[in-house]
Write a new protein. Structure first.
Length: 613
């Protein structure tokens, strides 16, 4: 997830950030996505970032922060909107500003390559919006659009669906849209740059890019039209079936998913997304009442697509065409999402059909039922994929298939999954399970040797407690002390903590205290929101979020701080006593009784001091 820790790299003026952040209440913003119930000082609800039955997601209105005690997600209103909507930082600031009616004016220093805005973008979007309305009107309300309208209705697409997806029709003439755009003051060269018009070679003449096609508008996250795809009406014409807008500053196919603006809420609510391919496939699912569907528009699933979807759900279902190309697309999609901590399954359609064809042949209820079924795992899909085109009655095909599938099974890190598919493969090809297991062991040994030489070093992440882990007395003391330090920077000096940094026990807490000390040297008055912004380490940020959400008694803060410090000092002494007794026993085994006695005496003396701490 992209975090506000990246703010410093954006060079956005601090005053602008603070102005936007202070203009909204995090409870109102989160409340648009999560049903919150007030308990004590905070609000609680089901976490939108992971599946749970018991609310562990907390919003602190006083501090304007959120934290999930289950998955560790946390931050302020900016990080929440970035995480749940998949917005960039710039989009988030603009969306929050729009929410409060602010006229946000970023100075020149805010521009970066990523978020610098071409002043023509708004004009281009307005032109696309006009074009979408124009095409939509032609389809529904003109004689010229009757053929296209009849075609759509013949495919089961009713008027409500047409309006929902703002489908349209472009007339056969060369310059229908061109003339209208010029009448409204749009420069043809600018309209060519954003993909609506085409310039005739060697002439200063412009004409419509889309002619005599059913029009599918493509929208950005705000629901603004940024591109089109036009489907040909005359199947006998010597033209491409679909004509798409060229890529531009507004539209990049590797970043845009069809129907994302409408599907986002359904994806979040169902905690699952179905990825299909074509426009009509997505529309077919919608007609069947399945709204958590997006389309790749005929392009391969990209890392940008995956990143955006992962911010909404960890459960991805692939439902591409059932033909050879569709199987290849599914295989590549599994490969693209490998190692992304996602649950991935595939729905396979019979008879080489696509979702739209399947719904026409079997009905919308059948498509809805199919979408609710458990899909094939990657391994189960691989068995279908590699079996395609083979004759398992042929010995050479059987051997080829068996060796390939064993190699695929070896890639699984789960012994249970390996065992399950070994048994399934043995039954399928009629080869002894023992023989397949023996061959699998060879593959695993070879794979382990390769991974041992190639495996990168993995950075160990600090462990942060969650609501299911009961804190022991020492951990609670550390977190409680950190909580008070976050509330009041003066505690560092007034309680002598700064001079006693060995007080803290666990690595993640030691790192947090040292980081916080450095932060207070730069910002002596303290600012938790600023702390979150400058803390780039996600694990460290989780420590802060967990600590600040702990229940504290503001009227007994001095006592809680002193009790926490007493517990930590007591723990330190107890650990020293354990070490001395261990050393004493070692000395005794070595017949060094003098040293053993001296170490034991030191331990006893320390034990006597425990009650004075």
């Amino acid at each position: 997830m992209q975090r506000v820790g990246e703010l410093m790299a954006k060079h956005v003026d601090d005053e602008v950030i603070e102005q936007v952040r202070s203009s909204v209440d995090i409870v109102d913003v989160v409340g648009d996505y999560v049903q919150l119930t007030k308990r004590g000082r905070n609000y609680f609800g089901l976490c939108p970032f992971h599946g749970e039955q018991t609310p562990s997601f907390s919003v602190a209105q006083e501090k304007q922060i959120f934290h999930c005690f289950g998955c560790g997600a946390g931050g302020n209103v900016i990080t929440f909107l970035m995480d749940i909507e998949g917005f960039t930082f710039q989009q988030t600031i603009n969306r929050l500003a729009e929410r409060t009616g602010m006229d946000l004016q970023l100075d020149e220093g805010t521009a970066t390559k990523e978020n610098a805005k071409n002043p023509l973008h708004d004009k281009w979007k307005a032109a696309h919006t006009f074009a979408a309305s124009y095409y939509h009107h032609l389809l529904l309300h003109t004689v010229e659009g009757e053929q296209a309208l009849a075609y759509l209705k013949n495919r089961g697409i009713d008027e409500d669906t047409i309006k929902k997806f703002q489908l349209g029709y472009s007339m056969p003439g060369w310059d229908n849209l061109t003339a209208l755009l010029e009448q409204r003051g749009y420069e043809p060269a600018e309209m060519e740059a954003c993909g609506l018009l085409v310039k005739q070679e060697d002439k200063e003449r412009y004409f419509d890019r889309f002619r005599n096609r059913i029009m599918f508008p493509i929208f950005d996250d705000k629901g603004q039209a940024i591109a089109f795809s036009g489907r040909i009406l005359d199947s006998t014409a010597d033209e491409a079936k679909y004509l798409n807008s060229p890529e531009s500053e507004l539209f990049q196919k590797n970043d845009v998913l069809y129907n994302m603006h409408l599907a986002r809420m359904a994806i979040r609510m169902k905690k699952q997304v179905i990825i299909s391919e074509g426009f009509l496939d997505v529309i077919a699912f919608s007609r069947a009442g399945v709204e958590n569907v997006v389309g790749t528009m005929g392009t391969a699933l990209t890392q940008n697509h995956i990143t955006r979807l992962k911010r909404l759900t960890s459960d991805i279902v692939f439902c591409f065409d059932g033909d050879k190309a569709g199987l290849e697309a599914t295989k590549k999609a599994f490969q693209a999402t490998d190692g992304k901590a996602l649950k991935r399954t595939a729905l396979l359609l019979p008879n080489n059909s696509d979702p739209d064809e399947f719904s026409k042949e079997n009905g919308l209820e059948a498509l809805a039922k199919l979408s609710a079924e458990k899909g094939l795992t990657e391994m189960a899909f691989s068995m279908v994929y590699y079996r395609k085109g083979l004759n398992l009655q042929n010995d050479s095909d059987v051997l080829q298939y068996t060796d390939t599938i064993i190699s695929e099974i070896a890639k699984s890190a789960s012994p249970i999954e390996q065992s399950y598919y070994v048994k399934q493969l043995a039954e399928e090809v009629g080869i002894s399970q023992d023989v397949i297991e023996q061959q699998l062991r060879k593959h695993l040994a070879k794979r382990a040797k390769t991974e041992q030489t190639e495996r990168p070093l993995v950075e160990r992440q600090p462990v942060v407690k969650n609501s299911t882990q009961k804190l022991d007395a020492t951990s609670r003391a550390e977190y409680l002390l950190l909580a008070h330090l976050l509330d009041d920077p003066t505690v560092f000096r007034s309680k002598g903590i700064q001079e006693d940094m060995e007080l803290f026990v666990h690595d993640e807490l030691v790192e947090a205290f040292l980081h916080l000390l450095a932060f207070y040297e730069r910002y002596p008055t303290g600012d938790f929101q600023r702390l979150l912004e400058v803390t780039e380490n996600p694990s460290l940020k989780k420590v802060y979020m967990f600590a600040t959400m702990m229940d504290k008694d503001p009227e007994s803060s001095t006592k809680e701080i002193e009790d926490s410090m007493r517990q930590l000092r007591k723990y330190r002494v107890e650990k020293r006593i354990e070490a001395l007794m261990h050393e004493s026993k070692v000395a005794e085994k070595l017949s060094d009784y003098t040293k053993a006695l001296e170490l034991a005496k030191q331990a006893i003396e320390l034990k006597r001091t425990l009650h004075t701490i």
